[in-house]
Design a protein around this ligand. Structure first.
Ligand SMILES: Nc1ncnc2c1ncn2[C@@H]1O[C@H](COP(=O)(O)OP(=O)(O)OP(=O)(O)O)[C@@H](O)[C@H]1O
Ligand SMILES: [Mg+2]
Length: 282
């Protein structure tokens, strides 16, 4: 029996139009991707190809201009805590302390403190933030802010995690520790993860499948099944022959895509306000 994937993006187009400046950017075109429940998929692709846009569509911050975006068979509605989101740049509430940032969603939902406090404390320890619970965000380093943002997304134990280069700003050791933490957390609760990264090794260590995007307008050009059984140990995986081979092949595809002219980038819209007739005739 085949069940339909939890996340479905079908022939998605996303164009941004700035009527005042008479510009449009086609970020995504003909993008199709499915992510099964419990699957961990990494999205790789050249800068500006539309990876963050894909996450924005799934988070409910943006709507596709064509095609279908569904989660569990339903069109994506407003942003909701069932979808934990870690943005490319740590976006914390600057006026709240570390602990208040982490516990923001359960407090907003009116959950009792007895429910979320122990979990918050556990996350603070996991993220190496002990002693900083009551610090303000501006008193933290960039990497620490990103760890607070990750803890904030994890506190609600969402079944779907959308992560946009969450470990990009961390040093190599912390990054590996965070990757291991994420995998360990998923052993306990098998959330579905869509994870954007520029780091091929990270994608091979973390995911079940890697989807590679073309240059803009972005679509999926290649999907690679990652063959390593779980639980995974980084040292063992990087020592395998297939790791080097997969890494080389993915790098070649990415280079090829990055070298393609990223056309249909920012086209000027015609003068006048009749954008509808423009889109009909193009
Ligand atoms: N709100 C917006 N308004 C107008 N254009 C946008 C908007 N958001 C994204 N874009 C454009 O869409 C394209 C894709 O952007 P996106 O941020 O999704 O790329 P990305 O793959 O995440 O890049 P990076 O790897 O650098 O983070 C870019 O050309 C960008 O300028
Ligand atoms: Mg991005």
């Amino acid at each position: 029996m085949t069940t339909s994937p939890l996340i479905v993006l079908e022939d998605v187009e996303k164009r941004f139009e700035d009527r005042r400046a008479r510009r449009k950017t086609v970020a995504l075109e003909g993008l199709s991707l499915g992510v099964a429940e419990g699957e961990f998929v990494c999205l790789l692709g050249p800068s500006g190809c539309g990876k963050s846009t894909v996450l924005d569509l799934l988070a409910g911050f943006e709507q596709p201009t064509r095609g279908r975006v569904t989660i569990d068979g339903k069109p994506v509605g407003r942003p909701s805590p069932d979808r934990g989101i870690v943005f490319q740049e740590a976006t914390l509430f600057p006026w709240l302390s570390v602990i208040d940032n982490i516990t923001f969603a359960p407090r907003l939902a009116g959950r009792p403190a007895s429910e979320y406090r122990p979990r918050a404390q556990e996350l603070i320890e996991m993220m190496g933030l002990c002693g900083f619970e009551h610090h303000a965000v501006y008193e933290l380093s960039g990497g620490m802010r990103q760890r607070v943002a990750i803890a904030r997304a994890w506190i609600s134990q969402p079944l779907l995690l959308l992560m946009d280069e969450p470990f990009g700003a961390l040093d190599a050791q912390t990054r590996l520790a965070m990757q291991e933490l994420l995998l360990a957390a998923r052993e306990q609760r098998r959330s579905t993860v869509l994870f954007v990264t520029h780091d091929i090794e990270e994608a091979l260590f973390l995911s079940d499948r890697i989807a590679i995007m073309s240059g803009r307008p972005g679509r999926i050009v290649e999907e690679i099944i990652v063959p390593y059984p779980r639980p995974r140990a980084y040292q063992e995986i990087i020592a395998t022959r297939s790791f080097g081979e997969l890494k080389r092949s993915i790098l070649a595809t990415l280079r090829e895509q990055a070298a393609r002219p990223q056309h249909a980038t920012t086209e000027s819209l015609p003068h006048g306000d009749d954008l509808r007739s423009y889109s009909r005739s193009h």
